[in-house]
Ligand binder design. Structure first.
Ligand SMILES: Cc1cc2nc3c(=O)[nH]c(=O)nc-3n(C[C@H](O)[C@H](O)[C@H](O)COP(=O)(O)OP(=O)(O)OC[C@H]3O[C@@H](n4cnc5c(N)ncnc54)[C@H](O)[C@@H]3O)c2cc1C
Length: 409
């Protein structure tokens, strides 16, 4: 027989968003009954996966036990959500039990859809096919790069929304730089195949990124979407869109293939009445509250927020969810607003980063009075050495102190 339990606030997913919300709620109001549903027993610091793939960060340092990162006063329900039943204020779990709630925060992240590319699942993890999008495959990226003695290195980005839209090109830059340092440039080519029509979603950054790619001699192929991998023959097939919207397929041989998989909202979100037309959990882009069910909030990669999906975005979203949820709980007006802030440390070399920070509408909004377009040694230090402890000790602990970002003058 299925069991049923009730918690005042139920959070789905103990990643960047869910853990920060839980910690902040309990920090601000001790005694709240907060339960967090999460099947995984470890928490990954995913932003460092790029550095793991580049051989400059240990995978072990990206991992902490879930039990150490979750707030002590939250109840951890170690299961996965299978279905949302908002009309009954319930969620159904994989083990058939039901959890009812007064308030729900949905933060299950994004689903990696490896199966959408024919042959990819069989090809991954061997014969030079790697990906920074899964921890064990990120270490294989470095194995491939370090053992690369020449030939064709291909890097792909799909046409779907993805988490950290800069990550597919960051690893291409690290690879090119690594080959340059090993004097392999004459024997090796690096190509970036992007299913999107531009190198980056914010036009202001594109000329600077084009310069970086050109500097390395990286071939940039836009509107090229990876659809098939033949791991035995080492052939990648791309669907190419021309100016008139016609598509054709081309085949490219490779010696190294770094794949960023197509991504989508988790199935239980896509299948629910709370999904928008793209499948994402529908919330107001400023209050982060669902329009039909005011007791439901969402943040992070699974949400409908029309901004680039990053932990840096979650950093600015979680205080808004917490303030507005507490206001809703108290019967007060919701006053906290999210402006779409997100940031992507675009690693352009070992030791160099362009820090892209922007809000809704692609307005560039740096936090510090430094050029947002310059490759910076300082931002490399921030990315590699300062942000990880900030994440573990500050953000995941629900601490909200902040330096305001501002539009450029
Ligand atoms: C290669 C790579 C590079 C990146 N680089 C950067 C970067 O440089 N800067 C940056 O800011 N961000 C970066 N990111 C993105 C960042 O990690 C995510 O945007 C961020 O973690 C999103 O937080 P979230 O809480 O929405 O999802 P997540 O942190 O992914 O957490 C989701 C949680 O929900 C759980 N879950 C899933 N399904 C269920 C279910 N059915 N029931 C219950 N729980 C479930 C998962 O197990 C997981 O713990 C990168 C990510 C990758 C993969």
């Amino acid at each position: 027989m299925s069991q049923s339990r009730h918690h005042q606030i139920v959070i789905i997913g103990a990643g960047s968003g869910g853990t920060s919300v839980a910690a902040s709620l309990l920090r601000q109001r001790a005694g709240l009954d907060v339960a967090i549903i999460e099947p995984r027993d470890v928490h990954y610091y995913q932003p460092a996966f790029t550095l793991v793939g580049g051989g400059t960060y240990a995978l072990e340092d990206t991992i902490r036990p879930q039990a150490d990162t979750l707030p002590k006063d939250a109840t951890w329900i170690r299961s996965a959500v299978r279905q949302l039943v908002p009309e009954q204020r319930q969620v159904l779990l994989e083990d058939e039990s039901r959890i009812s709630y007064d308030y729900l925060v949905v933060a299950p992240g994004i689903e990696l859809n490896w199966g959408a590319i024919e042959g990819l699942e069989d090809a991954l993890g061997k014969n030079g096919v790697c990906s920074n999008y899964a921890p064990e495959l990120a270490t294989y990226t470095w194995t491939c790069l370090d053992n690369f003695t020449g030939g064709r290195a291909l890097f792909t980005q799909p046409s779907t929304p993805i988490k950290c839209a800069g990550a597919p090109q960051k690893i291409a830059y690290l690879a090119a730089h690594h080959l340059q340092k090993r004097n392999l440039r004459g024997d090796a080519t690096v190509d970036f195949y992007n299913g999107m029509g531009a190198l980056f979603s914010v036009p202001d950054f594109v000329p600077y990124l084009n310069q970086v790619a050109e500097g390395y001699g990286i071939g940039v192929h836009l509107s090229h979407n990876l659809v098939k991998v033949d791991g035995e023959r080492k052939v990648a097939t791309f669907e190419v869109k021309d100016g008139e919207g016609q598509t054709r397929q081309i085949e490219e041989t490779y010696d190294l293939l770094h794949v960023t998989p197509p991504q989508r909202a988790p199935g239980f979100v896509r299948d629910s009445s709370l999904a928008n037309e793209g499948g994402w959990l529908s919330v107001d882009q400023h209050t982060l509250q669902n329009a039909q069910y005011p007791e439901i909030f969402s943040l992070g990669d699974a949400s409908s927020l029309p901004t680039s999906k990053t932990a840096a975005a979650v950093r600015k979203q979680f205080p808004v969810v917490v303030k507005n949820l507490l206001a809703q709980l108290d019967g007060r007006e919701l006053t906290a607003r999210y402006d779409g802030y997100t940031s992507c440390p675009l690693v352009t070399a070992y030791g160099k980063v362009i820090l892209a920070e922007f809000i809704y509408g692609g307005v560039v909004t740096p936090t510090l009075p430094l050029s947002p377009f310059k490759q910076s040694r300082f931002y490399w230090v921030v990315k590699k050495y300062l942000l990880p402890p900030f994440y573990w000790r500050y953000m995941l602990k629900g601490k909200e102190g902040d330096i305001a970002h501002k539009p450029r003058t």
